[in-house]
Ligand binder design. Structure first.
Ligand code: AMO
Length: 448
């Protein structure tokens, strides 16, 4: 008897366990559509050749089975051509000889995760997230989160091959790393502390230890706006590397890392990509790298934005979309690096450009119209940190342990962070990043 369906061929006797996704009863028997870890498996029941037992071992009929029962099925593999895109097993079906019910839902009205037919996207998403513990079982949602999982595994594998060490840093911190007001405060035995906006300080500290580090962990942002690109808790794929010659080394690493991730997703997630109708992004050998000022100019000169954004110190969302469209049309790239953001607009740890200290050696990576990464070279001298902090009205004493790292010697270094939900959404053409989070947290939602 074979239990691994991936090795099964026509004529093999198999035992398969799974959840009943659907039951269709016909005159002669019917179908049990079983849900497995990657998608659906069709099984065929002929009333005269199949025994079905309930949890007590009593014989029952096919129409006694219901959705979300856990069952073990024994049967013979047959060849098939299944059209349902949610079917993971498209070339086989099982002719069932025996079904054993292992457990059943305690309600006869299980949440309808298939018929998510609402008029507008907002109502659909609310229903989906209100019942997330069950709607996650929808093959489409399963597929999205499977891709996210493969992305993060590919991220870890590639970096490990490149000599990076995975680290785990605290999420309860004494100071926010990214500045600004979007930091969650919490009470820690009577003292005010924060939820980490990013592992920035700690991953830099990690460079002093291991030269190259990465982390996959949640990050917290007290974003008050409820947008399709913001979560209050997201998974940050963080990288930091020592002994760089400049931010170009960091961008180069990120491009090669993305190449490895795209290639892994293409190989491992063919089923998920087909189900979601997704096309992976194009990453050319040379990803365009433009300064922020150049992007404003390109868009203005080519009349690609409604407004003139020249002189602005950041990219407007319409610019992000427009420059990505331009890069795809002109350079065949779904990615664009934008560099040299104004110092005043970037976090204090960004290294200022020695050629023009009003700018930083930092970058964003845009993909298909959305920022998926920020990164750059960091300051690595204590005195430079102190100068910049004082200039910004920050109290260096609040960052003692961080500054102590540089006092004790640090190599030139840099890094970046990719938002897992954002990169997944961009890969799959999903409009709202919340769909790429297992249990999204936004201003109105902390449960389930
Ligand atoms: P930044 O704040 O730009 O940089 O964040 C890096 C990336 O994290 C993702 N991200 C988010 N995703 C969903 N919801 C949010 N609220 C959210 N905020 C950020 C985005 C973004 O590009 N320490 C630096 C990184 C570095 O320089 O290494 C940082 O956190 O994809």
């Amino acid at each position: 008897m074979i239990t691994n369906l991936n090795n099964a061929k026509a004529g093999d006797l198999v035992e398969v366990s799974g959840m009943v996704h659907n039951v269709r009863v016909t005159k002669w028997g019917g179908f049990i559509i079983l849900r497995k870890s990657r998608g659906l498996l069709q099984t065929v029941v002929s009333n005269d050749q199949c025994q079905i037992y309930n949890e007590q071992g009593e014989t029952v009929a096919l129409n006694d089975l219901c959705r979300e029962m856990a069952v073990t099925i024994t049967g013979t593999v047959g060849e098939a051509k299944i059209k349902d895109p949610a079917a993971f097993y498209k070339d086989i079906e099982i002719s069932v000889s025996e079904v054993r019910v292992l457990s059943r839902p305690s309600t006869t009205e299980v949440v309808d995760m298939n018929a998510l037919k609402f008029g507008d996207e907002e109502t659909l998403l609310r229903y989906k997230f209100d019942n997330r513990q069950v709607t996650l079982r929808n093959p489409r949602d399963m597929a999205i989160l499977k891709v996210a999982s493969v992305v993060s595994k590919a991220f870890a594998d590639y970096l490990t091959e490149q000599g990076f060490t995975q680290i785990y840093t605290p999420k309860i911190v004494s100071e926010g790393a990214e500045g600004g007001a979007n930091v969650f405060k919490m009470d820690y035995f009577g003292k005010q502390v924060y939820l980490a906006q990013s592992p920035q300080f700690y991953k830099q500290i990690g460079v002093g230890v291991y030269e190259r580090v990465f982390e996959i962990a949640p990050a917290y942002r007290a974003e008050k706006q409820n947008t399709s690109r913001h979560l209050n808790e997201y998974i940050s794929l963080d990288v930091e590397m020592g002994f760089i010659k400049g931010q170009e080394d960091v961008m180069h690493l990120e491009a090669e890392l993305l190449r490895a991730i795209i290639s892994r997703v293409a190989t491992v997630c063919e089923h998920e990509l087909n189900l979601l109708g997704a096309t992976l992004p194009v990453l050319p050998a040379e990803v365009p790298i433009w300064r922020l000022s150049k992007v404003h100019e390109i868009l203005f000169e080519n009349n690609l934005c409604e407004q003139d954004h020249r002189g602005e110190d950041d990219l407007a969302p319409e610019e992000e979309r427009a420059i990505c469209k331009y890069a795809l049309e002109k350079f065949g790239s779904d990615f664009v690096f934008v560099t040299h953001f104004p110092s005043e607009h970037r976090a204090f740890y960004a290294m200022d450009d020695p050629e023009d200290p009003t700018l930083t050696l930092s970058f964003d990576l845009l993909m298909r119209g959305l920022e998926i990464t920020s990164g750059g070279q960091r300051i690595h001298k204590e005195e430079d940190y102190r100068r910049k902090m004082i200039h910004r009205g920050m109290n260096p004493e609040n960052f003692r342990f961080y500054l102590d790292t540089f006092r004790n010697g640090m190599p030139p270094h840099g890094g970046f962070a990719i938002g897992l939900e954002r990169i997944t959404a961009c890969f799959l053409g999903i409009n709202n990043v919340k769909e790429c989070s297992m249990f999204p947290r936004d201003i109105n939602r902390v449960a389930p």
